[in-house]
Design a protein around this ligand. Structure first.
Ligand code: NAG
Ligand code: NAG
Ligand code: NAG
Ligand code: NAG
Ligand code: NAG
Ligand code: NAG
Ligand code: NAG
Ligand code: NAG
Length: 734
């Protein structure tokens, strides 16, 4: 393919001069046949799938209870450009050198076409601005190649908005058609039609949509003879407040297209350089791209940490992200355990602020969780299986039994709180937020349990574990294990944050100590639940989670669980099932099994063009842009291969480094940065060693424990674990 390189009059360089490394560039000549696998572009406030029919906004849902789903805004930024001559626009069929490109480093999508016989190139670019995050941008650049005379047959360009059908979620009203008068833009107001739950949402959502121009009809842009290039851009800004949307549009329009783009790229570059990146050395180019795309798709759904105007509260990370959400396959944009168990452990590595915002979503919706507990006859806070705007249960009407039985979501959240504390060591956050959630989850667990006296033994009856093929079972082992962890965390946190409720704490301790964990003595494994029969197929990773991520049981019994459950797990299960087998096998000596499961966990789930994930293996019907799968995959790489873990040990936050490993074709993995307490650390690992270099403020002191050795590390340290060494434990000294 011919590479076109021109420095253009406006100082923009479109086609070349991009210094994006190839591991961040996803380029293709043909689109995925299923357009659901086009890239998702989001900025935490707005999101859309390239060429899709919807824009979605953080926290904006429509529909009552289980019918609540992300409210679809027509995709007005989906603009098609056509090249036309006096007679027709047929000449578009002559385009060559067609390419579609997702630039992960800069966070934008680009589509380019050339017309060789005429010596012309059309370039289109689109992105949701990462700093001016109420704004979505579309840009067009058309140029004549320098070698081509300028007097060639005149053309015009036709721009057509293709937003898809009218929205059934909003009533839209045009408040202004825009005029030539300064500051008068085309403005629409949309109101959602149905409340989620009146008690928690008194008013419909109201949004304002502003357009940089009134583009109702196809727009005709003349391109006179003698003019080398033609440039045009369209900006749409959307917010709950009219004034915010207006300011955003005005601020963005003040910048030249090049400057506006640069300010967008700067935020993304800063993310990759200063917040988080994983660099694989070796020969695994494809794997590097999948890793980078995974990080990108996860991170783009998160709020920006610096924005032109103050962000609204964040409403969580749904399994298919912010750019999707009005389909059942998109889980309607709801929040599940996927957030805390599958995505959060990776998100925390991007930066503590992101993790706080995700957990903050749960904190902000404690009231909904209390209401949920009450309506279901429990005490404390019972987080809904599916959570949207109000934080009350919005389970799909198909399956109320799942919400009723999958009670592990609440202790999953407590588990995540403890995990975040173990890494951040932030006692202020612990007592201001985590404690309140942990306490009420513990209360819920006590009220949901059934205990028998003499000898005292407690159960959870009529539950469903992660394996949704087995409903209405007793004592699902995963559920009981995560509940024990949640109760233990609540007991401990009370000692740090509030000593006043001693009798409640006694109940939590009792349940923690007496909750049964089923164990088959003969086979030395954990049956998934009471009455589980050998060889019964299970839907996805369930009991094996007792090892990684729970670290509840890592004994020989766990290895037996791995051996056994790997033979009875559905082959068409979700992606992260295999990642979890990989992560767990990596802490054993059975490397080759780990490598096989790791490969299985991504190879058949990632669509090749833009590395967008599917929930189920390619060929089956399932969700697109499945962030949960990415979460499992990156966990397997970071914590499984990397041998890294964070744990609360007594009153101490602890970083744990065990023997690392690397995927085939990878020599070294370099992670920049991971955070530990107030430290910012770069970390690399290879087959034979793992090296962590941290810098922290002077008041932060660490201590290393390794074998019999115990020594102070100070605030900055550089430690290396070699193959054959005992594990390293690094404590924060408070
Ligand atoms: C968006 O634009 C693309 C490219 O022009 C087009 O193929 C697609 O059908 C459009 N999407 C909708 C929803 O119309
Ligand atoms: C758009 O509306 C038409 C006519 O009502 C309908 O046939 C079509 O399925 C709709 N398309 C989508 C993507 O919903
Ligand atoms: C916008 O234009 C349409 C069509 O010309 C017209 O019917 C409508 O009244 C206008 N609305 C406003 C608010 O100017
Ligand atoms: C701990 O969390 C609190 C509350 O979120 C925050 O204000 C504070 O800056 C954090 N402390 C550190 C050392 O990061
Ligand atoms: C709670 O009690 C423990 C043990 O008596 C004590 O160390 C701790 O400071 C107390 N915490 C609070 C917040 O009162
Ligand atoms: C389970 O399957 C294995 C392997 O197919 C077989 O050897 C074993 O007998 C089966 N056990 C039961 C209880 O069906
Ligand atoms: C690991 O170290 C051993 C012993 O020094 C060496 O033989 C082996 O080649 C190393 N492996 C890798 C992958 O570097
Ligand atoms: C860290 O320590 C290793 C060996 O112990 C050394 O090679 C490396 O240069 C050190 N790095 C830094 C940044 O100090």
């Amino acid at each position: 393919m011919m590479e076109l390189c021109f420095v253009l009059l406006l100082g923009l360089i479109w086609s070349c001069g991009s210094d994006t490394p190839e591991t961040y560039l996803l380029k293709t000549q043909s689109l995925p046949t299923d357009r659901n696998f086009m890239p998702s572009l989001s900025n935490g406030h707005l999101g859309y799938t390239v060429f899709g029919d919807a824009i979605f906004m953080n926290g904006v849902y429509n529909g009552a209870a289980g019918n609540s789903k992300r409210a679809r805004i027509p995709n007005w930024i989906n603009i098609t450009a056509e090249l036309c001559d006096r007679l027709s626009c047929q000449i578009n069929n002559e385009a060559t050198d067609i390419s579609y490109e997702m630039d992960l480093r800069g966070g934008f999508f680009r589509h380019s076409r050339s017309f060789v016989s005429m010596g012309l190139t059309l370039e289109q670019r689109t992105y949701p601005h990462r700093y001016y995050n109420r704004a979505l941008v579309y840009e067009l650049l058309a140029f004549r190649h320098p070698t081509v005379p300028l007097n060639i047959e005149p053309q015009y360009l036709k721009l057509t908005q293709q937003p898809g059908n009218a929205s059934s979620d909003f009533d839209f009203e045009v408040l202004s058609n825009g005029s030539n008068a300064a500051g008068d833009y085309r403005l629409m107001r949309g109101r959602t039609k149905v409340l989620e739950l009146k008690q928690f949402q008194p008013y419909p959502h109201e949004i304002y949509v502003l357009f940089s121009e009134a583009m109702e009809q196809p727009l005709k842009l003349d391109w006179p003879i003698g003019q080398r290039e033609l440039q045009h851009r369209v900006i749409i800004s959307i917010d709950r407040q009219r004034s915010v949307a207006l300011k955003e549009l005005q601020d963005a329009l003040q910048l030249s297209p090049g400057t506006l783009l640069k300010s967008h790229i700067r935020v993304w570059t800063d993310f990759w350089e200063n917040q988080f990146s994983i660099e694989l050395t070796g020969t695994a180019l494809e794997l590097s791209r999948i890793v980078n795309a995974g990080i990108f798709y996860l991170a783009s759904s998160l709020p920006t940490l610096s924005s032109n105007q103050v962000n609204e509260p964040y409403f969580g990370l749904s399994p298919t992200g912010l750019a999707r959400g009005n389909l059942e396959a998109d889980y309607e944009g709801h929040n599940f355990w996927d957030t805390e168990i599958w995505m959060l452990p990776v998100i925390t590595q991007f930066g503590f602020e992101y993790a706080k915002q995700l957990l903050g979503y749960r904190y902000n919706h404690l009231e909904g969780a209390r209401y949920n507990a009450q309506t279901m006859g429990n005490k404390g806070a019972r987080f809904p299986w599916e959570s949207a705007y109000t934080g009350t249960e919005v389970i799909n009407p198909c399956c109320p039994e799942i919400a009723e039985q999958e009670i592990h979501i609440s202790p999953d959240i407590s588990f995540a709180l403890q995990k975040f504390f173990a890494q951040s060591n932030n006692y202020t956050w612990l007592c201001e937020q985590a404690w309140f959630i942990a306490a009420e989850v513990a209360e819920f667990l006590v009220s949901r349990s059934t205990c028998r006296q003499a000898p005292k033994i407690c159960h959870f009856l009529n539950v469903m574990g992660p394996d949704e093929d087995h409903g209405r079972v007793d004592d699902n082992v995963y559920t009981n294990a995560v509940a024990k962890i949640a109760l233990d965390f609540a007991v401990w946190t009370s000692g740090r944050c509030d000593n006043s409720s001693t009798y409640l704490i006694e109940n939590w301790r009792n349940l923690r100590d007496n909750l049964v964990i089923l164990h088959d003595e003969d086979l030395d494994y954990h049956p998934q639940h009471f009455g589980y029969k050998l060889n019964e197929t299970v839907k996805q990773a369930d009991t094996i989670l007792l090892g990684y991520p729970l670290q509840f049981d890592t004994s020989l019994t766990h290895l037996n669980d791995l051996h056994y459950y790997s033979t009875v797990t559905r082959t068409n299960g979700p992606a992260m099932t295999w990642s979890m087998f990989a992560a767990n096998y990596l802490s054993t000596t059975e490397d080759s099994r780990a490598h096989d499961f790791f490969a299985r966990g991504y190879q058949s789930y990632v669509h090749t063009e833009f590395k967008v994930w599917s929930e189920v293996p390619i060929g089956y019907k399932g969700s697109a842009n499945f962030l949960t799968g990415i979460g499992g995959f990156l966990q397997a790489l970071i914590f499984g291969y990397g041998g890294l873990n964070f744990a609360r040990v007594a009153d101490t936050s602890q970083m744990q480094l065990t023997l690392p490993n690397v995927p085939p074709q990878v020599d070294q993995v370099l992670v920049k940065y991971i955070r530990f307490a107030q430290g910012k650390c770069s970390w690399n690992f290879q087959y034979n060693s793992s090296n962590v270099i941290c810098t922290s403020p002077a008041n932060q002191v660490f201590e290393l424990i390794q074998g019999k050795q115990r020594r102070l590390l100070g605030n900055n340290f550089n430690v290396t674990l070699h193959r054959g060494d005992p594990p390293m434990y690094i404590n924060v000294l408070n």
